[in-house]
Write a protein that binds this ligand. Structure first.
Ligand SMILES: Nc1ncnc2c1ncn2[C@@H]1O[C@H](COP(=O)(O)OP(=O)(O)O)[C@@H](O)[C@H]1O
Ligand SMILES: [Mg+2]
Length: 328
């Protein structure tokens, strides 16, 4: 394809062995000591005490040229700029920039839908927009401060733009970061409220085979907050009823407290789609029964995670959809 790769290393030992077989040409410059020359397969006395830029290539000695033939760096960069001007004047195109995934993507930069799905973020591999699969249960998980509330907000707002005909219900047991995310059809304000709403919706969904439903989406904030409350079993019941009725559910589960709300958490394990923000390798099997690649949390800024969609994985930066009411 005409793609050339040039890489540098200060010692032969730092080049991963997987690379070495693919390196066609080596330019060996002055090295740190005898053993380094031996590792590079070059006689030490050729390069030791030589001027900068002296190298051995394929058994020949070589002096690397510098722009303008002067040692002065600023004179060299002036020469390079002059060369760039000449090349552009001659009509040579600029090199295509190598783009990388941004750490901040306003949701206004995304299309409303991507292949029919609400726009949710940007894919690390294609740098193109990705939509959120919300035809069933979608779980947003990750450690504290990883961007869960933001991802929930982005998801529900995008969903409502794509599907304005859907009623939206929010279930939350304690303080809510999502109360202002959208104009909820109904939202609970405390645990008792959540229990009553979950029970009412569950009954509605359980009867849906006999009585057709108006379209609705259910959002459950911070599953861990339901632990030990009587609302927990009603939320678990609602999740089961929603699964059977094919009603979309967006559920938030932090990686620390959510497993303790086991009645609900075991329902979450039926999810085929979700995102693990700032993931750990073990998170994939734990919730989605899909092995994750070897990842370290430091590779993921806030708002970035692994999107799971029916067994397929993608690294995604979730779009930012404006301020959140309460941060916690
Ligand atoms: N998708 C994102 N893009 C950019 N910054 C983000 C994103 N998600 C979260 N952040 C940053 O991280 C902070 C915490 O996010 P939040 O969604 O409240 O985390 P959590 O709910 O996981 O504790 C936000 O205030 C914001 O500064
Ligand atoms: Mg939060």
């Amino acid at each position: 394809m005409g793609i050339h790769i040039v890489l540098t290393a200060d010692r032969a030992g730092v080049i991963p062995t997987a690379f070495t077989a693919n390196i066609g040409t080596r330019i060996v410059l002055r090295l740190a000591g005898e053993s380094e020359y031996a590792a590079a397969g070059v006689d030490a006395d050729i390069l030791d005490h030589s001027a900068g830029g002296r190298a051995v290539v394929n058994g020949y000695e070589l002096q690397v040229a510098v722009p303008g033939g002067v040692a002065d760096l600023s004179a060299q960069s002036t020469r390079i700029e002059a060369l760039a001007v000449r090349l552009r004047e001659a009509g040579l195109p600029d090199a295509e920039p190598v783009e990388r995934l941004a750490g901040f993507i306003p949701s206004s930069d995304l299309p409303a839908t991507v292949a029919g799905r609400p726009g949710f973020g940007v894919d690390d591999e294609t740098l193109g927009p990705v939509g959120i699969p919300l035809d069933g249960l979608f779980v947003v998980t990750g450690p504290f401060g990883s961007g869960r509330s933001t991802a929930m907000t982005t998801a529900i707002r995008a969903f409502r733009v794509a599907h304005p005909e859907f009623a939206a219900y929010l279930l939350v047991a304690r303080k809510s970061a999502l109360a202002g995310a959208t104009a909820w059809t109904e939202a609970s304000t405390d645990a008792d409220d959540a229990e009553a709403l979950a029970s009412r919706l569950a009954t509605l969904l359980e009867q849906s085979s006999a009585m057709p439903l108006d379209p609705l989406i259910i959002v459950i904030e911070n599953i861990g907050d339901f632990e030990g409350l009587s609302a927990e079993s009603q939320v678990a019941r609602l999740l089961k009823a929603a699964r059977r009725a094919g009603v979309p559910v967006l559920a938030e589960a932090d990686t620390v407290t959510a497993p303790a709300a086991w009645q609900v958490y075991s329902e979450l394990k039926t999810a085929r789609a979700g995102i693990v923000l700032q993931p750990e390798e073990s998170d994939g099997l734990g919730l989605f029964r899909v092995p994750f690649p070897r990842v370290t949390r430091t590779d993921f800024p806030v708002g970035r995670g692994i999107l799971v969609d029916s067994g397929k994985l993608a690294r995604v930066q979730v779009a930012w959809s404006g301020p959140i009411a309460i941060d916690r």
